[in-house]
Design a protein around this ligand. Structure first.
Ligand SMILES: *Cc1c(COP(=O)(O)O)cnc(C)c1O
Length: 355
């Protein structure tokens, strides 16, 4: 039976990315050696990092004066690297979910923070609006897509201080105005590569401005100067990321990824709103195009386990909702074909006919 991969992360990658990475694991560039057994400083590997960096800049239209880094530690390590490198006087955070809250916690440990707004009281079903960011903040941290709660900013807010963005789960799904940010980061395992590599886009002249000692490995400057080779980078995930970046470019770039994301999410939200058995959890205007969360309508609540079983038997993978929301979550990342979304919709309609 064909599987439809709605996993939230690690998650679906284009088939050709997996095939090309598998090939390089067997024989890297015809060298007779595996990608897993060569030095990251081998002359054949340097072009992989260089091309991945160049494609990041090209696809996201990154202006001059920014560096692209490939690091370890996941997005979670960035929660502390960001304040280490940028928090001098005060840092502002928008609390839109579990990940945003974790990022704020790390900043609190290093200096003065302001939570400018939060939707925690509403179980993060919306993105707060109408807030004011203190003009003396060093940066304003946002989580552009809330993977767990299924809300998304979808545009880069206009505020009077530089932005820092956690884009783990919506990178390359829309054009980004990078010039508004001093730092954009994310774990690669949602839209880009297998787990193990973290991308960081950092504005060079925003570095070196804090007075604290920054441990060497946590200092962005170390990795800018070292070309992401200060220590051994995650070679296999970087290679896979390069294949995804090539794939995105060949498909038509981020505007095409955005078109597909809109198409997929319009299809699925349309069915959620139409089908009497289901309802969405996030407010309409803040709905994520990447992580689509829905539950059974209250009068059909007892059918939840049945629908999960029904859909699983028909090839749907990873649609069980996160424990903090319940119900279902269909993650529709860049590599997900719209046929998979249609297959899920067919399940929802068939289940509705049976009830
Ligand atoms: C998954 C996720 C993280 C955590 O990423 P790790 O690489 O596991 O540390 C952080 N932020 C967001 C928005 C995520 O989706």
């Amino acid at each position: 039976m064909q599987k439809h991969n709605f996993n939230a992360g690690p998650s679906i990658l284009p088939r050709e990315v997996i095939e090309k990475t598998a090939q390089a694991i067997l024989d890297f560039n015809g060298s007779g050696l595996s990608l897993m057994e060569i030095s990251h400083r081998a002359k054949d590997f340097q072009p992989v990092v260089d091309e991945a960096r160049a494609l990041f800049k090209e696809l996201l239209d990154i202006p001059d004066g920014y560096s692209v880094l490939f690091l370890g530690g996941g997005a979670s390590l960035q929660f502390c690297m960001v304040p280490y490198n940028f928090l001098e006087h005060k840092a502002a955070y928008l609390n839109t979910g579990t990940w945003a809250k974790k990022a704020l916690k790390e900043a609190k440990g290093l200096g003065e923070t302001v939570e400018v707004a939060s939707s925690a009281d509403a179980n993060y079903t919306f993105i707060p609006k109408g807030y004011t960011v203190p003009a003396d903040a060093d940066y304003f941290h946002i989580t552009t897509n809330n993977t767990i709660f299924g809300t998304e900013l979808r545009t880069d807010p206009d505020v009077n201080v530089p932005l820092v963005g956690d884009m783990s789960s919506d990178i390359f799904s829309r054009p980004v105005d990078v010039s508004k940010y001093i730092c954009i980061y994310g774990g690669a395992q949602k839209n880009l590569a297998p787990a193990g590599v973290t991308f960081v886009i950092v504005k060079d002249d925003a570095l070196g401005r804090v007075s604290r000692y920054i441990p060497t490995m946590l200092n962005y400057k170390t990795h800018v100067d070292g070309g992401s080779m200060f220590n051994t980078p995650p070679v296999v995930p970087i290679y896979a990321a390069l294949q995804t970046l090539r794939w995105i470019k060949a498909q038509g770039g981020v505007t095409e990824m955005q078109r597909r994301a809109i198409e997929r999410s319009d299809m699925l939200y349309g069915e959620i709103d139409r089908n009497k058995l289901f309802q969405g959890t996030a407010v309409q205007e803040d709905r994520s195009r990447m992580n689509i969360c829905f539950v059974m309508a209250p009068e059909y609540k007892e059918l939840e386990a049945d629908f999960l079983k029904f859909a699983t038997e028909r090839g749907m993978v990873g649609i069980k909702g996160h424990r903090s929301v319940g119900g279902f979550r269909a993650s529709c990342y860049n590599a997900l074909p719209k046929e998979s979304v249609q297959a899920l919709i067919d399940c929802m309609q068939e289940f509705e006919r049976q009830h």
